[in-house]
Write a protein that binds this ligand. Structure first.
Ligand code: NAG
Ligand code: NAG
Ligand code: NAG
Ligand code: NAG
Ligand code: NAG
Length: 340
């Protein structure tokens, strides 16, 4: 099914033109969010990145989140404004957005495979440049209170950023960002066969001390396999409740087909705006089938909260959610209920 879908995309768009940008990304910017008024946020080119740490909106006492959105998204997209609004409700974080929208565009709707391929190529260089700019600005502080968070293609961009930082430490001390959070990391052209065969170096467990992944569309647009140190599989990790069934005949042209892929952002946003331990309770389990049979060990070290503070627990965690916002079912979400 997955292979058929990708094949279909190829046949439809193979002959469209592509747009590769050079090494120079003048419109790439880091946007420091004003959490009290998002429209008052401040843009920094990479040359100006050093100014971030002295800006009054930057609080040195807080953990800093560097967020990368997905392919063709912009700062005004609802998936991005939702993230901004949620972090604005949470006092623990500074929020910086990697605005690479100028280099992640398409002249076509839906975008073509060559456009997406060109964007992946850009994203690898952008990750390198952003990683080096962050290293020059924050140095060893990156090893302490920084998190890279990204949705879809942005999850892989987060990995590229970390790899540049690790590299910038001159290989004498392979410094890693403490946490990368991947929200349904993109599958197309990263996991081309819907299995563990990879291309383009996707996010992997060794990319940060903790790689935390929320899988919501593991059959079509999201990574098909575990790629974190800790992976959450809400509702089994695909086909989210409240989302229409995937329509392979319309595939990427059909907005409804992105519903499950986008749910990772809405679950995560709900979790960071609530930030309490009654939200998105999840239990470690061997599989969704075992979860459905309630064959998980409900012991303290097997329990977690999806989207909240990443912990040093490892493994696969399962939970159910509701089909509409608010999505968390709290503790009930740990015990399978066939009627949801
Ligand atoms: C938010 O910032 C914008 C741009 O600086 C400004 O025009 C607007 O008045 C601000 N809104 C509030 C409520 O302060
Ligand atoms: C920041 O960049 C965005 C485009 O990414 C633009 O819409 C906005 O006007 C810029 N803000 C300032 C203050 O230059
Ligand atoms: C960045 O900082 C330098 C000196 O610290 C200053 O001259 C410059 O105006 C600042 N630029 C911005 C965009 O804030
Ligand atoms: C790491 O650094 C080497 C040498 O400076 C460079 O050739 C390579 O492209 C870098 N890799 C990454 C992922 O930044
Ligand atoms: C993934 O699927 C492809 C195509 O079906 C197959 O050739 C390949 O061996 C598979 N790889 C793994 C690791 O299962």
């Amino acid at each position: 099914m997955y292979f058929k879908f990708i094949f279909c995309v190829f046949v439809t768009f193979f002959y469209q033109s592509s747009h590769v940008f050079g090494n120079n990304f003048p419109k790439l910017q880091l946007v420091l969010i004003d959490k009290s008024n998002a429209s008052n946020s401040v843009n920094f080119t990479l040359d100006q990145a050093k100014n971030i740490s002295s800006h009054p909106l930057f609080n040195h006492l807080l953990t800093t989140v560097v967020y990368s959105f997905g392919y063709t998204k912009t700062l005004n997209d609802p998936l991005v404004t939702t993230i901004i609004a949620s972090y604005s409700k949470n006092r623990m974080y500074n929020l910086i957005i990697v605005d690479y929208s100028a280099y992640s565009t398409s002249n076509l709707s839906p975008p073509s495979i060559p456009d997406y391929t060109a964007t992946i190529k850009n994203v690898k260089q952008i990750g390198f440049l952003v990683g080096n700019a962050l290293w020059n600005t924050f140095g060893m502080k990156l090893a302490i209170n920084f998190q890279l968070v990204g949705h879809s293609l942005g999850a892989h961009l987060s990995a590229f950023i970390n790899r540049a930082i690790a590299n910038a430490t001159d290989n004498s001390f392979h410094m890693k960002i403490p946490v990368i959070i991947g929200l349904d990391p993109a599958a197309p052209l990263f996991f081309p066969f819907g299995n563990s065969t990879t291309m383009n170096d996707p996010l992997k467990p060794s990319d940060a001390q903790i790689v935390y992944v929320i899988h919501t569309d593991s059959v079509y647009f999201g990574a098909p396999i575990k790629i974190g140190t800790i992976d959450f599989w809400p509702n089994g990790g695909s086909n989210q409740p409240g989302c229409p069934p995937f329509n392979p005949t319309t595939s990427i042209a059909d907005f409804n087909n992105y519903c499950s892929h986008q749910r990772s952002v809405f679950y995560f946003s709900e979790a960071i705006s609530n930030s309490n331990l009654k939200t998105f309770n999840a239990v470690k389990c061997n599989s969704w089938d075992q979860f459905k049979k309630k064959m998980c060990f409900y012991l303290p070290f097997n329990l977690n909260n999806m989207g909240l503070y990443p912990t040093l627990l490892t493994g696969d965690f399962y939970l159910q959610t509701s089909n509409t916002s608010p999505f968390s079912l709290g503790f009930k979400g740990m015990f399978y209920n066939a009627t949801i």
